[in-house]
Design a protein around this ligand. Structure first.
Ligand SMILES: Nc1ncnc2c1ncn2[C@@H]1O[C@H](COP(=O)(O)OP(=O)(O)OP(=O)(O)O)[C@@H](O)[C@H]1O
Ligand SMILES: [Mg+2]
Length: 362
C-alpha cells in the first residue's frame, strides 16, 4: 500500500500543498514548528479517520479558514478524500461518500511511530487497549463491529446496574449478550499478541545486539481455549455481587491489558529509557511485518521525530531494517540523521510550505 499523490488544503498550517511521494523512502525535514508532524497527521487521518493528536477535528482546520481537505491517490488506483468543516467531516472513496468511519478505516493502513509512543509502556491499560484496538481495527472491519457492539452492551449493562431497581432477568440477558460479543475479541487480541511476539523479539535483538526475549502478555478475564463462554459466565457470576455493589461491570475485555516483558520481567520495572525506545521501535516494525503477513501488503510507516533521540549507529540500523517494499515517511530536523544509500525523496517544510528538494541519496 502506497500513497502516490497527496493534496492538502488548509490542513493545520499546510495551506495548499500538492506532493508526489516516493514509493519507498520519503524524508521530511524542517526546523521545529514548521509543519512536519502536521503532514504526518494528515496521512494518519487518511488511515484512521481521526487525528492522533487531538480529539476535536476542527483544530485541524487552518485557523480562520472554514474547512480542511485531504486528497490522496493510492497505488491501487483508489482515491481517498476527507473534508473537515465545523459541520463535521465527510469521507469519500473513489468519489463515493462513505457513511461509516469503519468503512473508511484501513483503506490505507498507516502505522505511526510518534514520540508519545514512548509512554505506551508507562501509560494506563486503557491507552494500551486503545492503541492496539486501533491497529486491529485497521486490519479488520469485523473487529470494529465486534468492539462497538460490546461497548454498546457494556454501556447498557452499566446503566442498568446504576438504575434504582436491578432486574436480574434483564441483567442476565445483557450478560449473555456481552459474553457472546466478548468471546471473539478475546481470541483476536490473544492471537495478535501471540503472533507479534516472535517479530518483536527478533527485531529487538537486532537493534540492541542482545539475545533478550521480548514478550507481549495479554491479560484478559479468560484465555481463548476450551469453553470460553462457560468460563466467562463463571467469571461474571463470581463478580455479580461486586457489580451490584459498585454499580458497574467489573469483569470483561474493557479491563484487558497488554504488558511488555523482557526476559520475563515487565519492561516498566527494568528497562531504561533507551531500551524502552528500542522496544517501541521493535514493536512498530513488528506490527508492519504482522500486517504484511496477514494482508500480503506492507502498510505505510511514518516515523515522526524518532531520529533525534537515537545514536548514529541505531539510526543506521533502523533505516537498514525498513523493508524496501514499504513506503516510509521519516521526519527529522537534521538531514544528516538519515544515513542511507537507498533512493529517496526529501521534502523541506518551512512555515507550512513544502518543497521537494532535488537529489535523492544523502
Ligand atoms: N489549525 C492550525 N492552523 C494553523 N496553524 C496551525 C494549526 N495547528 C497547528 N498549527 C501550527 O503548526 C505548527 C506546528 O506544526 P508541527 O507540529 O507539524 O511542527 P513540526 O515541524 O513537527 O515541529 P517539531 O520539529 O517541533 O515537531 C505550529 O507553528 C502551529 O502554530
Ligand atoms: Mg513534530
Amino acid at each position: 500500500m502506497k500513497i502516490h499523490n497527496l493534496r492538502l488544503r488548509q490542513f493545520r498550517n499546510l495551506n495548499n500543498v500538492s506532493l508526489k511521494f516516493h514509493s519507498g523512502l520519503n524524508v521530511i525535514v524542517g526546523d521545529n514548528g514548521q509543519g512536519k508532524t502536521n503532514l504526518v497527521e494528515s496521512l494518519v487521518f487518511l488511515s484512521s479517520g481521526r487525528s492522533f493528536r487531538v480529539a476535536d477535528d476542527s483544530l485541524l482546520i487552518h485557523t480562520a479558514k472554514e474547512f480542511a481537505s485531504i486528497d490522496a491517490d493510492l497505488d491501487n488506483s483508489t482515491q481517498l478524500k476527507v473534508v473537515i468543516s465545523d459541520k463535521g467531516k465527510y469521507m469519500q472513496i473513489n468519489q463515493n461518500t462513505v457513511k461509516k468511519l469503519s468503512d473508511f478505516m484501513g483503506q490505507c493502513n498507516v502505522v505511526l511511530f510518534s514520540p508519545d509512543d514512548l509512554n505506551f509502556i508507562s501509560d494506563t491499560p486503557r491507552r494500551r487497549r486503545h492503541d492496539i484496538d486501533l491497529e486491529l481495527g485497521k486490519m479488520s472491519n469485523q473487529y470494529i463491529g465486534l468492539l462497538s457492539s460490546y461497548n454498546k452492551l457494556l454501556t447498557e449493562r452499566n446503566a442498568h446496574l446504576k438504575s434504582n431497581s436491578v432486574d436480574y432477568d434483564y441483567l442476565e440477558i445483557l450478560t449473555d449478550q456481552l459474553i457472546k460479543s466478548e468471546e471473539p475479541i478475546i481470541c483476536i487480541r490473544e492471537k495478535f499478541s501471540r503472533e507479534i511476539i516472535p517479530y518483536i523479539s527478533e527485531i529487538y535483538q537486532k537493534l540492541t545486539g542482545t539475545e533478550a526475549l521480548v514478550s507481549l502478555e495479554y491479560k484478559s478475564p479468560v484465555s481463548c481455549d476450551g469453553d470460553i463462554s462457560s468460563k466467562l459466565l463463571q467469571r461474571m457470576r463470581d463478580s455479580l455481587q461486586r457489580d451490584i455493589e459498585t454499580r458497574m461491570t467489573n469483569v470483561g475485555i474493557h479491563r484487558d491489558d497488554f504488558i511488555f516483558k523482557v526476559d520475563g520481567s515487565p519492561v516498566l520495572h527494568v528497562a531504561s529509557q533507551g531500551q524502552r525506545r528500542m522496544l517501541m521501535i521493535a514493536y512498530k516494525l513488528a506490527l508492519v511485518e504482522l500486517i504484511h503477513k496477514q494482508s500480503k501488503t506492507y502498510p505505510i510507516l511514518c516515523l515522526d521525530d524518532l531520529f533525534s533521540e537515537l545514536d548514529s549507529g541505531r539510526r543506521k540500523s533502523v533505516v537498514e531494517m525498513l523493508p524496501d517494499a514499504m513506503q516510509v515517511f521519516i521526519t527529522t530536523t537534521d538531514l544528516s540523521f538519515i544515513i542511507t544509500d537507498r533512493d529517496h525523496y526529501v521534502f523541506e517544510v518551512e512555515s507550512g510550505q513544502v518543497r521537494q528538494k532535488l537529489g535523492g541519496s544523502v
